[in-house]
Ligand binder design. Structure first.
Ligand SMILES: Cc1cc2nc3c(=O)[nH]c(=O)nc-3n(C[C@H](O)[C@H](O)[C@H](O)COP(=O)(O)OP(=O)(O)OC[C@H]3O[C@@H](n4cnc5c(N)ncnc54)[C@H](O)[C@@H]3O)c2cc1C
Length: 358
């Protein structure tokens, strides 16, 4: 098997490296950030994603680092229950924990941190080290995220557009709230639509909260991050006391404000010896809760065809043929979920779960 360079050590690049490792395929993975420089949000992962993760991480170790959510409850902003649904093996874990677990299995000589890989379409389509020297690889697997520079360099015509939603995500230590919410996933909705607040437990003493804003009504993306706390307190002041107290009492040290983007149209997933996986191939909006599972399935499927097929082009084509239709379903479901979110509560339909299923 030819030598493979994997660009980006997020969930897609690291899961790819894990599958290649299991198949004894020669690879090296490059990551822009430093090893310990891990920030970020958390993931909801449906059962299918857990099944793929369990192929590459010891399940008992995985389950120690997150928690299974048992029930989803939808509330009005003041706390009146609107709907409830039992959850079937939906797992919550911080990005940091999952990245660490996936990175543990990669031998240190096969991963380089602090290395921004360079690529220019006009430069014989070669990957380069940050010092400009060539990267020695026959196949490039690109997993550099939703705003992939390599993808934009190859598909210059692509159009990224802003999604009508911004998300503020925070992970805080608070055992008493974690005990109080148990394994419930709680989501509060403003009656007029376009504003929600979600709370879930990541571990015995850690919770994740997030707020979703219609960015045409709430100009949160124009706000300096230093003013986020004040703004959040103001917006959520008359909400259920659980929500307003969490907002008041949280540390904002690790808070994140996400501007969400999507591709107007998907590009091909490969060109020549370059193939895209995860968000680099297909940014998915957070409403789908399918980013991680899709990244895992991309890595699994691509590895399967790299092993089976003698010819790289056949492997890439079969990978794209198998994965693209499912991704298109999640993109469409994501748009439906986004439209629901923007509507006033009394116009939203029964399908309450913030997860896209194929
Ligand atoms: C607010 C928010 C909430 C979300 N919630 C969920 C959820 O509940 N469930 C879920 O399944 N998904 C969720 N997602 C989506 C999920 O985060 C991604 O789909 C998933 O992490 C896959 O990411 P990735 O590995 O493809 O890309 P990324 O995580 O973006 O990783 C890309 C990596 O490439 C590195 N990199 C970039 N350029 C270079 C370069 N030139 N050289 C070297 N390295 C480079 C970056 O440093 C980064 O580490 C959410 C996303 C957001 C923003």
């Amino acid at each position: 098997m030819n030598k493979i360079a994997v660009v980006g050590a997020g969930i897609s690049g690291l899961s790819m490296a894990n599958y290649l490792e299991k198949q004894n395929i020669n690879y090296h993975i490059y990551e822009r950030r430093q090893k310990e420089d891990l920030a970020g949000h958390g993931f909801l992962i449906p059962q299918e994603g857990i099944e793929y993760l369990s192929q590459i991480i010891d399940p008992s170790l995985l389950f120690e680092h997150g928690s299974f959510l048992k029930k989803y409850t939808q509330y009005t902003h003041t706390g009146k229950v609107l709907a409830e649904k039992d959850l079937n093996n939906v797992f919550a874990i911080s990005r940091q924990s999952l990245v660490n677990l996936l990175a543990q299995q990669i031998p240190s000589e096969k991963i380089t941190y602090g290395e921004t890989v360079l690529f220019s379409n006009s430069d014989k389509k070669k990957l380069r080290h940050s010092d400009g020297s060539d990267i020695d690889a026959d196949i490039a697997i690109i997993s550099d995220g939703s705003k992939s520079r390599i993808r934009r360099e190859i598909f210059k015509e692509e159009k990224m557009r802003t999604v009508r939603e911004n998300e503020v995500v925070n992970i805080i230590k608070n055992k008493s709230i974690a005990d109080r919410i148990e394994n419930d996933f709680m989501k509060f909705h403003h009656e007029d639509g376009g504003l929600t607040f979600g709370i879930l437990k990541l571990s015995a003493d850690t919770i994740l909260w997030y707020a979703q804003f219609d960015n045409e009504k709430y100009r949160i993306n124009e706000l300096p991050v230093t003013h986020l706390r004040e703004y959040m307190i103001e917006i959520f002041t008359a909400w259920n006391p659980l929500v307003s107290s969490i907002i008041q009492n949280s540390s904002y040290e690790n808070v994140h404000l996400w501007c969400v983007y999507e591709l107007e149209e998907l590009n091909p997933f490969y060109q020549d010896n370059i193939v895209f996986i995860g968000d680099a191939a297909h940014p998915l909006i957070p409403f789908t809760s399918q980013g991680v599972t899709s990244a895992l399935k991309d890595s699994f499927t691509l590895t399967k065809y790299l092993v089976k097929e003698d010819n790289i082009e056949d492997a890439f084509r079969k990978y794209e043929t198998e994965r693209k239709p499912e991704i298109e379903t999640h993109i469409n479901n994501g748009r439906v979920l986004l439209n629901q979110f923007l509507l006033p509560l009394n116009q939203q339909t029964e399908n309450i779960l913030p997860i896209s299923y194929k």
